[in-house]
Design a protein around this ligand. Structure first.
Ligand code: S3P
Length: 426
């Protein structure tokens, strides 16, 4: 088991970071969506984390050829996706499993999706149920709720589905199924979840739009889509660890380069602004999504209530809780029950580890209240095998030192995290 020892910073930093991990959500989609074309897709800055490399390996098992020159990854799809002769391993990635489930449900063949022990314990009914309702043949443990999932793909019906959860993974799985049926399908969510799937597929020539009643209209694709040709921007969720580092270290400043400024992804930065931190967004270009730099400067932090737009900051809440701990006054997180079914139960992982650092809190089924004004103590943190818990408490360690156990999980999304963390000291 790998352990990360962090010592407290002795001086502030003012740093420009241009090598933060590329966007995980977009990279997964590049691997999968390239299979919907009949020409090679070229992807620059593909995230070389374990999760997204697993998605790429699955594309290969389905017949794609992948050429990697170290800078650009070229994915050439097969003329027809092939039934693999082995299981498809999504590793730790919920995005990998749920999106591939939607894609494969519409393809002739037998497919088994599995993953590591954490992914095998996460709920899959949110995708397997609506997919079964439109004719997909899917089985798995607990009546299709837990992987391994066995999918026998084939013809799918069109649908009208109002999702009970605001989840980009569920939406994307249903969109991938919908574009393969013969008739137009409709999908609705109460809060727009991250919309990379719609933006990327439309960029490839699909026709997915939202009507005046808030239903997403998913038109079937009649012929192969255009290939992708894109540079994956920096992941705002990975960059956020260093935004919080700048927010909590007295007199610190960070410039985060080439980040996707997609409005569904930068809500946590807006919460930092609400807490009193100086945050500036500078849009530089717009290719599928707005992309630019984010500058974050330390300031005195105030407590905050986060109970809205939860899907827009779900991945950042663990790290936001570190800022909440030292803020002046109480902070509250509510309506965030989804945190319980992420890579770990992030509500209990956050509060149990904060307690070890000397923070007082109240835990709710759907969130927590953090008392604030804490002086954090060095502790031994259990990452629970969850990359975002490991990295959030590593950032807290910049104030007080920290020992983080079980940090191999950082490789799933942000392989050079420790290197960048160390660069804050020079
Ligand atoms: C993701 C969607 C989110 C997010 C995850 C990536 C995606 O999950 O937490 O890290 O790429 O679609 P949900 O859709 O389950 O909220």
């Amino acid at each position: 088991m790998e352990t990360l020892n962090i010592s407290a910073l002795s001086q502030p930093f003012d740093i420009v970071i241009d090598n933060i991990a590329s966007d995980k959500s977009i990279s997964h989609r590049c691997a999968m969506f390239s299979l919907l074309s009949n020409k090679p897709s070229t992807i620059k800055n593909y995230l070389r984390g374990e999760d997204t490399m697993d998605s790429l390996k699955i594309a290969q098992k389905l017949g794609a050829t992948v050429e990697d020159n170290g800078d650009i990854i070229t994915i050439t799809p097969p003329s027809k996706l092939t039934e693999p002769d082995d299981i498809l391993d999504c590793g730790n990635a919920g995005t990998g499993m749920r999106l591939y489930a939607g894609l494969l449900a519409g393809i002739e063949g037998s497919f088994v999706l599995t993953g590591d022990k954490y992914l095998r314990s996460r709920p899959m009914k949110r995708v397997t149920n609506p997919l079964r309702d439109i004719g997909a043949k899917i089985d798995g443990r607990e009546d299709g709720n837990k992987a391994p999932l066995h999918i026998r793909g084939g013809k799918l019906k069109s649908f009208k589905y109002h999702s009970p959860i605001d989840s980009a993974q569920v939406k994307s799985a249903l969109i991938l199924a919908g574009i393969q049926s013969d008739e137009i399908s409709y999908y609705k969510e109460d809060l727009l979840s991250r919309d990379h799937t719609e933006r990327m597929l439309n960029g490839m020539g699909a026709n997915i739009s939202t009507n005046s009643n808030g239903w997403i209209e998913i038109n079937p694709i009649k012929e192969p889509l255009k290939p992708l040709n894109l540079t994956v921007p920096t992941d705002p969720s990975s960059a956020f660890f260093f935004a919080v580092a700048a927010a909590i270290v007295p007199n610190a400043k960070v410039t985060l380069k080439n980040v996707t400024l997609n409005p569904t992804r930068i809500e946590a930065y807006k919460v930092l602004q609400q807490m009193g931190v100086d945050v500036e967004f500078i849009e530089v270009e717009n290719i599928y999504e707005p992309i630019g730099d984010i500058i974050v400067k330390n300031n005195k932090l105030q407590g905050v209530t986060v109970d809205k737009n939860i899907a827009w900051l779900i991945d950042e809440l663990p790290c936001l809780s570190i800022a909440m701990s030292i803020a002046d006054g109480k902070s509250v997180v509510k309506n965030a029950q989804e945190l319980r079914v992420k890579e770990s139960d992030r509500i209990s992982a956050v509060v149990n580890n904060l307690k070890l650092c000397g923070v007082s809190y109240k835990e709710f089924e759907d969130g927590y209240e953090i008392n604030g004004n804490a002086t954090l103590h060095k502790a031994t943190i259990n990452s629970c095998g969850d990359h975002r818990i490991a990295m959030s408490f590593a950032i807290a360690g910049l104030l007080c030192g920290m020992e983080i156990e079980d940090t191999q999980c950082i490789e799933t999304s942000f392989p050079n995290f420790t290197e960048i963390l160390n660069s804050l000291r020079v």
